[in-house]
Each structure stands twice: as structure tokens, then as C-alpha cells.
Unconditional design. Structure first.
Length: 202
């Protein structure tokens, strides 16, 4: 905000918060050590305000009601099911931008893809499942993605039943385009593409 200019209001859960104010961050994950490490890392940046820590989906949802975070940072532990359940429930009950941290392994990659399918805004590959000296090297990347996520307006996504993949969005008014019966025709079209977690940000 320029000198003497009007205060611009922020979107979402931080309604009434000037855009220039710190982004409120909730850190979630099963590892107490990782939660503490992220709190120290993020709390050192004046643009961020770590308002709370949560260990599971129930605690995250309770925190959303009274802490009103702008972004949730979700750390995926050795068992990704807890983190994915948290993302699933948040997007179904109280949509909030989420940045997910997942280990750069085959299992971690699968969890990252699933997190994006469930509605996470972005994913960061961390060095390992535990607190690692290499984590500090990701500080700038993590903060940049949190600041970007704070500008997203997430859409509510129905919680998936066990074993079910998220439904693909469609619109009944859109005609079916394609090649004609003789294979000689074409239909002009415009294509807008986004990663699985990206449509809400377009």
C-alpha cells in the first residue's frame, strides 16, 4: 500500500487483513520434529506468521476455525495416509490453500500426485522423511510457494470415498467436439491446461 493510500483487503479466511500483513500459516504433519523445524524456518521470515501446529486432520480442522490460517503447510510423513486424509477433509469441509512437502522418493512421488489430485496448490520435494540438514536449502522455495498459495481461492472438493479417485470436472452445457464421421472434419477450439491441483488458480 502506498503512503496515504487505502488499505486493500485480503481474500479468504483472513478477511479484513491488509494485503501487506503477514501470511498466516498453519503447519501440519505427524512428525513433531518436522513441525518444530518448519515453525523455526518459516517464523524467521517477517512475511509469514506461523499461527499454529497440528498433528492430524481433526486438529487441523479445529485450528482452521479459530486460527484462520491463510495457508496450510502439510508435511507428508513415512505413512502418507494421514497427510492425504487431512488434505481430503480440509478441501471438503473448509477449503484452504495447501502446500505439501513430500520426500523425493517413489512413494513420496505417488503421495505428491495424490495430494495435487485432492486439491493441494503445490508440492515441495524434501530431502528425506525426517528433519534433514538439506531442508534449510529449501527455505526460499518453501516461502515463495507459501506466498503464492496465499493468493489462491480454493474450491470445495467433495471428499473421495476409500479407493475412489477424484471426479473429473465437467459442464453439461459444453458440446462434444471431435472429428466427423468421415474423419475429414475439424473443430476449432481453445485449450487451457493446468496440473491436477491447478484449475482453481486459473
Amino acid at each position: 500500500m502506498g503512503p496515504g493510500g487505502p488499505a486493500v483487503r485480503a481474500r479468504g479466511h483472513g478477511a479484513g487483513r491488509p494485503v501487506s500483513a503477514s501470511v498466516r500459516v498453519l503447519v501440519a504433519g505427524e512428525s513433531r520434529a518436522m513441525r518444530s523445524a518448519l515453525r523455526r524456518m518459516l517464523g524467521a521470515d517477517r512475511r509469514l506468521d506461523v499461527v499454529g501446529l497440528a498433528s492430524d486432520a481433526d486438529e487441523v480442522l479445529r485450528s482452521l476455525m479459530h486460527l484462520l490460517p491463510d495457508v496450510i503447510v502439510v508435511d507428508v510423513g513415512i505413512d502418507p495416509s494421514d497427510a492425504l486424509a487431512t488434505i481430503d477433509r480440509v478441501m471438503a469441509e473448509r477449503p484452504t490453500p495447501m502446500v505439501v512437502m513430500s520426500a523425493a522418493t517413489a512413494d513420496g512421488g505417488e503421495a505428491a500426485i495424490r495430494a495435487l489430485e485432492l486439491g493441494a496448490v503445490d508440492v515441495i520435494a524434501k530431502p528425506s522423511w525426517s528433519v534433514d540438514p538439506g531442508l534449510g536449502a529449501l527455505t526460499n522455495d518453501i516461502i515463495r510457494k507459501i506466498l503464492t498459495a496465499a493468493r489462491v481461492r480454493p474450491a470445495r472438493i467433495a471428499a473421495a470415498r476409500p479407493g475412489e479417485r477424484p471426479a473429473v470436472a465437467s459442464h453439461p452445457s459444453l458440446p462434444a467436439f471431435g472429428v466427423d464421421a468421415h474423419g475429414s472434419g475439424w473443430t476449432p477450439c481453445v485449450v487451457i491446461a493446468a496440473s491436477t491441483g491447478g484449475p482453481a488458480a486459473l
